[in-house]
Design a protein around this ligand. Structure first.
Ligand code: 4F9
Length: 222
């Protein structure tokens, strides 16, 4: 997969060179191409923002640099074009799995109070939100989207970091996990996990998942 990113803050994406994603990028399992929207501004001062028509607080990103940079990096409209915004559909593990099927994603990031609506109408396929809060720039949402999608690309995770058993893949919260030592600060590991009875361990984990989900996220059980 190729992930193309349009942003006013290219340096934010340097953090993707860490950890398992960094390794996968080095191996060429997937690639990220970051483009600065400002490079496409035809304004003599390279401005990319202006006041909103009708008044109101803050600045908006103007359509010209966005439209020209989108057309330049995705001239044949091959990519699934995503605008990260609090008004979008909420990102979930199910949507992540669907996005991971595309050969190309184009992530469009607004800063300031957002972007001119005509860019969304003309150039965007999907508007996605990572949650009900406002960020200083959509780029932080893009980082999260890239991390979640990359984990589904074959070769990004090692065999010990499976995507099948974890929280949300079965729609439930994950059961409590323990590693060595068997006693820490006077707290012991539940006996059932030490006895090697795998059927019993499975039952215990399922019950813990159900209890935790019922208590903390009853919405997931509906
Ligand atoms: C994007 C918030 C996606 C939540 C973009 C300010 C955003 C956001 N999910 N906030 N710009």
């Amino acid at each position: 997969m190729k992930i193309k990113v349009l942003t006013l803050f290219p340096d934010i994406y340097d953090s993707l060179r860490c950890g398992v994603l960094g390794k996968a990028l080095d191996k060429g399992v997937f690639s990220i191409e970051v483009t600065n929207i400002r490079d496409y501004s035809t304004d003599k001062h390279k401005r990319c923002d202006d006041y909103p028509y009708g008044g109101g607080a803050g600045m908006l990103m103007t359509p010209q640099p966005l439209h020209d940079s989108i057309s330049a990096v995705d001239p044949e409209r091959k990519a699934c074009r995503i605008y990260l915004s609090p008004k979008g559909e909420r990102l979930s593990q199910v949507i992540v799995g669907k996005l991971a099927q595309y050969d190309e994603l184009l992530l469009i990031n607004g800063s300031y109070e957002g972007i001119d609506q005509r860019i969304i109408d003309l150039d965007v396929d999907r508007e996605i939100s990572i949650g009900d809060y406002v960020l200083s720039t959509g780029d932080y949402a893009s980082l999260i989207l890239i991390d979640t999608v990359a984990r589904y690309i074959p070769g990004v995770l090692g065999s010990s970091e499976s995507t099948v058993e974890e929280s949300f893949s079965d729609g439930l919260l994950e059961y409590p996990q323990y590693t060595r030592p068997a006693e820490f600060m006077g707290l012991t590991v539940p006996e059932v996990l030490l006895n090697g009875n795998h059927a019993e361990i499975e039952r215990w984990r399922r019950k813990q998942s159900l209890m935790l989900t019922k208590e903390r996220r009853p919405d997931l059980l509906e």
